[in-house]
Design a protein around this ligand. Structure first.
Ligand SMILES: [Zn+2]
Ligand SMILES: [Zn+2]
Ligand SMILES: [Zn+2]
Length: 376
């Protein structure tokens, strides 16, 4: 009985901890977050942006760091564990109690030192103090100028989640649960260093590409940091800041971009076709050279495909580049079911004969003897 109480308490507490540390959209909307619960104690973001986030990150640190302590005492009060289990060197819960006390004590000590110094020892105050204009200027005045920019209309902010990136006319700010990073835009160097595809994010049910961006400063003593950005925010950020993508990481701004990438990756797996005739530019974009041709390669006669529309051989010359063909293909699919698109079928944009992804053959272009002779 006691053991089962402990298990139930542990499961309930683990769920509670998860909700506190990684709140879902519903929890954020319902106001059950640290910031909403401490609303009366923390100054509004709009009134004093810097003070709000210094207090909020400190509150998050303290609340989260006392969760283990809550668990240990909860086990005794609600989980049926006996108080003797907490006696040092005797009970079996005392090592857990020790870890919880050390963790809570460390967080409390760190945040209270910043709080008692009226935040002047905080890393954010140290960064702000590098941007004082005159000798009698202080980090607080710099913070006031930043706050005024935040109240102004010219700002960009990513959708609120656990982390948030805000771009003001002269500042880039990245907010995390326990930390606030900031840098003056004049000193910021941004580089895309990685990307990850998430089919389902915990705040958004649609698939998305998440970019990792390294932010470095040209000014000494301003710490570097990384931020995660949804690829749909990439253009907005690039309009406001110099953003380098030296590794040429493909940025999929929307669903169509992501589909084009997936379409082309699948087509590359199909058998290639050597082609030696001269080709004009793609008739879709008038820029790229056609790099695919439609030839029936799929197994049309299986039972499953007989019931659906059959693929038909197409005899059209290569006229389209793979990106334009992918865009055309996507436009003929069910917009509400993007997960089915790669399995879909589509009429050839020129002759209307049905094809599927397996029928898109990549071209290997062989130069005709006449063209190769002129190059030597
Ligand atoms: Zn094209
Ligand atoms: Zn055709
Ligand atoms: Zn087919």
């Amino acid at each position: 009985m006691i053991a089962s109480d402990g298990v139930w308490f542990t499961i309930t507490y683990a769920l509670l901890t998860l909700c506190v540390m990684a709140p879902t959209g519903e929890i954020i909307d319902s106001g059950l977050t640290v910031s909403r619960m401490l609303k009366g104690f923390i100054v509004e973001e709009h009134t004093d942006f810097i003070a709000h986030h210094l207090s909020l990150t400190a509150a998050n640190t303290i609340v989260h760091s006392i969760l283990p302590l809550g668990y240990v005492f909860g086990l005794v009060i609600f989980g049926g564990a006996s108080p003797e289990t907490l006696i040092p060197f005797k009970g079996n819960l005392w090592p857990l109690l020790l870890v919880a006390v050390v963790l809570g004590g460390y967080a409390l000590n760190k945040t209270s030192r910043h709080y008692l110094s009226k935040w002047s020892t905080h890393p954010v105050a140290k960064v702000l103090s590098l941007y004082t204009l005159e000798s009698d200027d202080s980090w607080r005045r710099v913070a006031e100028r930043l706050n005024a920019e935040f109240r102004g209309p010219d700002k960009f902010s990513t959708a609120g989640g656990i982390t948030r990136t805000i771009v003001l006319p002269s500042w880039l700010i990245h907010l995390e649960t326990y930390e606030m990073h900031l840098i003056h835009i004049a000193d910021a160097k941004l580089k895309v260093i990685g990307s990850a595809e998430h089919l389902v994010s915990h705040l958004d049910a649609s698939g998305l590409q998440c970019l990792t961006i390294l932010v470095e400063s040209r000014r000494e003593r301003v710490p570097s940091f990384t931020l995660q950005l949804n690829s749909s925010d990439y253009d907005e950020l690039r309009q406001r800041l110099p953003l380098e993508n030296s590794k040429n990481i493909p940025i999929h701004r929307n669903l169509s971009d992501r589909f084009i990438e997936a379409f082309r990756a699948n087509v590359r797996l199909n058998p290639t076709l050597e082609y030696d005739e001269e080709l004009d530019s793609c008739i879709g974009c008038m820029q790229a050279q056609p790099d695919v041709v439609l030839r029936k390669l799929c197994d049309n006669d299986s039972e499953e495909t007989i019931r659906s529309t059959r693929c038909v051989g197409c005899l059209c010359r290569p006229l389209w580049c793979s990106s334009c063909l992918a865009r055309w293909f996507a436009s003929r699919q069910d917009p509400d079911a993007p997960h089915t698109w790669l399995r879909g079928k589509c009429p050839c944009p020129t002759c209307r004969s049905t094809f599927c992804l397996l029928d898109v053959q990549p071209l290997i272009l062989r130069k005709t003897p006449g063209t190769s002779a002129s190059s030597t």
